[in-house]
Design a protein around this ligand. Structure first.
Ligand code: ADP
Ligand code: MG
Ligand code: MG
Length: 240
């Protein structure tokens, strides 16, 4: 049962085609990986799904979440519908503590346990009184961002490179965190350029040069990625 459908989405930025007819179906309850080399258009697609960075709608095509057309909606409207995005480069919030940030994120979650959310991303409770600003390292901010998604329990979470900048002890830690998210009712669209991360997904979609190459079994798609992105980078050296 589809929860998110991206239908023939095209987008040109500054006269340059970035998305060239992207088709993607994310089923309810799955972990769906979007795999692709740097510059493939993964973050641009994530921005369009959430409506951030002034990307409120594609030039053509539809983005549908639970039978609702997202095209043109404000970020807050999409959030209300149940979509959230963990940024590749997480935001800073001057003057807000981690505890305040997680409580705000989880204000509609009756089972909210902020300490547990932190533990699931590998941070202890001493972080509760830290500020969500430059005094946290990039990796710590990224973990806090992921903890906020756990706190919020959205219906759909788009995670843009959840592994980037994070020194998780092992791949298993990231995998467990994302599976916990899924087990608590969140469908996960996980963007990555590492096939070993994509392997924790139920299904994977390979993007290259603004297009979807293949959707299917993560191992198979990961294997294709290894071969494909070499050719892709040769064809588009500026994207590497
Ligand atoms: P990925 O996340 O797969 O690495 P991106 O979506 O970040 O790829 O970028 C895809 C392409 O779009 C890149 O060539 C990038 O330079 C370009 N791009 C993305 N956002 C903008 C923007 N705001 N202005 C100009 N070019 C952009
Ligand atoms: Mg990139
Ligand atoms: Mg990106």
């Amino acid at each position: 049962e589809p929860i998110l459908t991206v239908n023939d989405v095209k987008l040109t930025i500054d006269g340059r085609p970035i998305l060239k007819g992207v088709n993607l179906v994310v089923n309810k309850g799955e972990i769906h990986a979007v795999l692709g080399p740097n510059g493939a258009g993964k973050s641009t697609l994530a921005s369009l799904i959430m409506g951030i960075n002034d990307l409120k709608e594609p030039d053509s095509g539809e983005i549908v979440f639970k039978d609702k057309l997202l095209n043109g909606l404000e970020i807050s409207e999409r959030a209300k519908l149940g979509v959230t995005l963990a940024w590749q480069e997480p935001a800073r919030f001057e003057g807000i503590t981690v505890e305040e940030y997680l409580k705000l994120s989880g204000r509609n979650n009756p089972d909210l346990d902020v300490v547990e959310c932190l533990e699931l991303v590998g941070l202890d409770c001493s972080y509760l009184n830290r500020f969500v600003d430059d005094t946290l390292s990039g990796g710590e901010r990224k973990r806090v961002e992921l903890a906020s998604v756990l706190a919020m329990r959205p219906e759909l979470a788009v995670l843009d490179e959840p592994d980037s900048g994070i020194d998780f002890a092992s791949m298993e830690d990231i995998a467990n965190m994302i599976r916990t998210m899924r087990d608590r009712g969140t469908t996960v669209l996980m963007i990555t350029h590492r096939e070993e991360i994509a392997e924790i997904a139920d299904r994977a979609t390979l993007m290259c040069d603004g297009k979807v190459v293949q959707t299917g079994d993560p191992k198979e798609v990961g294997g294709k990625f290894k071969n494909m992105c070499v050719k892709c980078e040769v064809r588009n050296p500026e994207l590497v």
